[in-house]
Design a binder for this molecule. Sequence first.
Ligand code: SF4
Length: 117
Amino acid sequence: MERKLTCIICPLGCDLTVKLENNTVLEVSGFTCPRGKAYAETECTNPLRTVTSTVRCSDGSLVSVKTDKPIPKEKMAQCMARINQAVATLPIAIGDVILEDVFGSRIVATQNNTGNA
Ligand code: SF4
């Protein structure tokens, strides 16, 4: 089996071709750097995604958040369910951990929120 992918690691967007057999990568071609080869191998065997969203704060405002490392793509909906149920306690600074251990990642704030806005 052969899969065609566009590398999403950098703006160059190399066209990648992956030869697979029984979910095992046999060969990757089209990459310009090793990051593209690694992306293709992971995307075809265990695709990962960084999740970005917002969490409700204790005063009703929102704070933007993201996973601090990529999680399995198949867990994104469950990750969003955890994020949607969370309530962050103010004040919040960039990098504060909002949720621990969400499919091997932490949910961290990507903006400050003092609650005075
Ligand atoms: S293979 Fe390397 S150069 Fe090409 S898009 Fe991916 S990261 Fe960028």
